[in-house]
Design a protein. Structure first.
Length: 161
């Protein structure tokens, strides 16, 4: 188990995190006994490796739990410490809650950016060829000199979908 330490006064409560052997899955269990997996999948954006982020609860949450936000923020900030790392996510639209997810992640980013100023974000929304709304964002280290290229490649990849 690893314990991500707080890097700012706003993140006082974090869950203990287990990192998989391959380094692509983070697991934590909440005080309400719900197990979460934050999974990273590697993709190419142009010629740059990027991680897709997915957060899965084992069972449907029954309580609001801000420790989850704090834990996810810490994981993301830790990944983006390496300035070449890039994370993107597309809000699931299978249940018509993509706007709600997008707003939650946007709020989480506001918290990230005040505590970890090196984390940058670019939002992109597009209608897919099949008529689905794709709310998406890309997170990057602001010191990454390829950030403009990465954003361009991200937009190209979404336009294809």
């Amino acid at each position: 188990m690893i314990w991500l330490k707080k890097r700012g006064s706003a993140l006082l409560n974090l869950y203990k995190i287990e990192l998989s052997e391959n380094g692509l899955t983070y697991t934590f269990t909440t005080r309400y006994h719900i197990k979460y997996q934050l999974a990273l999948t590697t993709y190419l954006l142009g010629e740059v490796n990027a991680f897709s982020l997915s957060l899965y609860p084992e069972t449907e949450p029954t309580h609001f739990d801000y420790w989850i936000k704090n834990t996810v923020i810490s994981i993301i900030a830790d990944i983006l410490l390496k300035d070449s790392n890039v994370i993107f996510y597309i809000c699931d639209n299978s249940d018509d809650k993509e706007d709600k997810r997008y707003n939650v992640f946007d709020y989480w980013y506001e918290k990230v950016s005040t505590i970890y100023p090196y984390v940058g974000k670019y939002n992109y929304c597009i209608q897919s060829k099949n008529g689905y709304k794709l709310n998406s964002s890309i997170l990057y280290n602001t010191n990454n000199y390829l950030r403009n290229y990465i954003i361009e490649e991200f937009e190209k990849a979404l336009k294809i979908s």
